[in-house]
Design a protein around this ligand. Structure first.
Ligand code: FAD
Ligand code: UDP
Length: 405
């Protein structure tokens, strides 16, 4: 008899499997219909021997020391600050829009102070910021909105920014300085040996059995378990009783080129050209050295594997019905990006899973991280304290692997 059947071996399912097994000595069966663990964060070495992300670029960043410390039990890190460029008007310029973006695009040499005035002049103030269009137009005006955001968003979501919640484009700031980092979080790093290795370490426990290539519906009747953690799409769980929740999908086109470097930045966005939104060159992210290089194109689709919940009012209304149903389904915990219909990053999913774990056991979040051996959180298995991972603003020294007990 398993204590838990966990559906989905992505961040949500794997963190809960780890905590329930190692933290609470529960017996867990973790199943995934895919042939691998890691969910959308899965990475692998391709035929050329280059580490690639099968489901598009995954860059880890967080402001949560707790989340970073927790994951640091299972991986060493490579300090990495992500940078993205956009192809606009025949030029490759920084996105988020910053001082250099404006100067390059318009052939100017404004200072930070002057660019602030520039934004003020072109911005269209809005009384209420309701949509993703309002967010951008109220900060940088219509022309820059059209160059950088309108068509990218239409491609990515199949919707105009005016039809999307403000939270979508709010992910991208506007800057008056020359900071060209995509994220400014305190912790920015890539798992040194990849995400899949980190997941393997997380799930390496005698209480955790992993079943791949397995839809939970094939086994839920035959394998006895006490409770379920479900991390798949919430509408699928309830057989689409209140209609289908839209999830945006992507087609990934992977290529390997016989050159050392393919493009001038880790990611190049193409708002206005091509059917794809962006091209990622993996070696920038992983730091791998190799004579060839691998890239991936992302082509947005309406049908296919569900990747993105679509943040807009209509969908929030449908989700509210499913949430009410989920809340009144005893013995099943709905966790993760698909099951809670939230456009969450990896760190937010880890935090969500840790919160669910602490609620299951009526313990405080900080105590949810205590290992079963009784070590305090971030204990390294040998009773000695280890140094905190350095914040992104400081050079990161490589940390010692943490021994599991
Ligand atoms: P998932 O990883 O989707 O895991 C759910 C798992 O459930 C899947 O493996 C699925 O196969 C399985 N499943 C579903 N139904 C069933 C079933 N019936 N039976 C068995 N198994 C089932 N976040 C960042 O922080 N940084 C990034 O740079 C970043 N980039 C991203 C790029 C792309 C293209 C995408 C799509 C997402 C990106 N994210 C990024 C978000 C990140 O992928 C998610 O936050 C995270 O992977 C969510 O984890 P999860 O466990 O909730 O879901
Ligand atoms: N976006 C855009 N142009 C860009 C980058 C982003 O219009 O060059 C918008 C687009 O709607 C996108 C959203 O901002 O979906 C969030 O971008 P992010 O890079 O965070 O998307 P993700 O990595 O989650 O796909």
């Amino acid at each position: 008899m398993f204590d838990y059947l966990i559906v989905g071996a992505g961040f949500a399912g794997s963190v809960l499997a780890e905590r329930l097994a190692r933290g609470s000595n529960k017996k867990v069966l973790l199943c995934d219909k895919r042939p691998h663990i890691g969910g959308n964060a899965y990475d692998n070495y391709n035929e050329a021997g280059i580490l690639v992300h099968k489901y598009g670029p995954h860059i880890f960043h967080t402001n949560s020391r707790e989340v970073f410390e927790y994951l640091s039990r299972f991986t060493e890190w490579r300090s990495y600050q992500h940078r993205v460029r956009a192809s606009v008007d025949g030029q490759i310029v920084p996105i988020p829009i910053n001082l250099d973006t404006i100067n390059t695009l318009y052939g100017l040499s404004l200072t930070s102070f002057e660019v602030e005035e520039f934004y003020k002049k072109v911005a269209e103030p809005k009384e209420r910021i309701k949509t993703s269009e309002d967010v951008v137009v109220s900060q940088v005006g219509r022309e820059l909105y059209e160059k950088f955001f309108r068509n990218y968003t239409r491609k990515q979501w199949g919707l105009d920014p005016s039809e999307l919640d403000s939270s979508v484009t709010s992910r991208i700031p506007t800057r008056t300085n020359r900071d060209d980092r995509y994220f400014t979080d305190t912790y920015q790093a890539m798992p040194l040996h990849g995400y899949t290795r980190m997941f393997e370490n997380m799930l390496d426990h005698p209480n955790i059995k992993v079943l791949l290539n397995c839809d939970y519906r094939e086994v839920e009747k035959d394998i006895p378990f006490r409770e379920m953690v479900y991390t798949g799409p919430v509408d699928a769980y309830f057989d689409y009783r209140y209609g289908k929740l839209p999830y945006r999908s992507l087609e990934f086109k992977h290529e390997t080129h016989n050159v050392g470097v393919y493009q001038s930045a880790p990611v190049i966005n193409y708002p206005n050209e091509h059917l794809y939104t962006r091209v990622t060159e993996f070696k920038y992210l992983t730091g791998q050295e190799h004579s060839k290089t691998s890239i991936v194109y992302e082509f947005p689709q309406s049908e296919g594997d569900p990747y993105y919940p679509v943040p807009r009012k209509e969908n929030a209304t449908i989700y509210a019905n499913y949430k009410a149903l989920a809340d009144s389904t005893p013995g099943v915990h709905f966790v993760g990006r698909l099951a809670t219909y939230k456009y969450y990053n990896m760190d937010q999913i880890v935090a969500q899973a840790l919160t669910v774990y602490s609620k299951m056991h009526s313990v405080k979040r900080k105590d949810a991280l205590v290992m079963v051996s009784g070590l305090t959180r971030s204990g390294n298995g040998n009773g000695k304290a280890h140094h905190l991972p350095s914040p992104a603003s400081q050079p990161t020294t490589q940390r010692q692997p943490i021994t599991q007990t």
